[in-house]
Design a protein around this ligand. Structure first.
Ligand code: SF4
Ligand code: SF4
Ligand code: FES
Length: 188
């Protein structure tokens, strides 16, 4: 039996829009030390809730990120396969997209009612002297941070960014034009 200090208190968002009137949160105590958030979700799936819906693909292997596992951990966007589990976690679907079920979202369906209060935890800059408007960053970003405005690539949605768990744009912009910096002062 693990000691209590080895167990994380985890609340997981549960909602099936097809049958549920409102979302709820299911609470679990799960071993977490040395695990990623994705591994904790798998433990919950195996031990407590075989109906829990969550998604992953590449599991963070290598530099390339598929982005399938993007969600919120304690209100912050993250890739669950790269995010270290913490002792207290509220795990929710990424707020930008329509919910399919539980933590699974439709990345092709942006919510019409996005209301995001509070600070943006990252600062994203594109060096105009280096950027060649190739649009690779639009394609690479799993959560749609970038867009083209009048032919210029801009980071129009930094609040969606999975930050240090991702860095896909920084890694693959061949012009080395992108900087993604965590704004530490807004961390709770
Ligand atoms: S990948 Fe780099 S060079 Fe290409 S549009 Fe994005 S910032 Fe510009
Ligand atoms: S690090 Fe870059 S690619 Fe990853 S979510 Fe943030 S803006 Fe998108
Ligand atoms: S599973 Fe591919 S980025 Fe997490």
């Amino acid at each position: 039996m693990p000691a209590d200090t080895d167990l994380a208190g985890v609340k997981v968002f549960k909602f099936d829009p097809a049958v549920d009137d409102a979302p709820r949160y299911a609470a679990y105590e799960v071993p977490y030390q040395g695990a990623t958030v994705l591994q904790v979700l798998r433990r919950i799936y195996r031990q407590f809730d075989p109906l829990l819906a969550f998604r992953w693909g590449c599991e963070g292997a290598g530099d390339c990120r598929c982005g399938a596992c993007a969600l919120l951990v304690n209100g912050r966007p993250a890739l669950s396969c790269r995010k270290a589990a913490e002792a207290h976690m509220v795990i929710e679907p990424h707020f930008k997209f329509e919910i399919i079920r539980d933590l699974v979202v439709d990345f092709n369906a942006v919510r019409k009612d996005i209301a995001r209060a509070g600070d943006v935890p990252v600062k994203i800059s594109i060096d105009p002297g280096k950027c060649v408007q190739c649009a690779d960053c639009i394609t690479l970003c799993p959560v749609g941070v970038y867009e083209a405005r009048k032919g210029v690539i801009v980071a129009s949605g930094p609040e969606y960014c999975c930050d240090e768990t991702c860095r896909q744009c920084v890694t693959y912009c061949y012009q080395n034009a992108i900087q993604v910096k965590t704004v530490t002062s807004v961390h709770s």
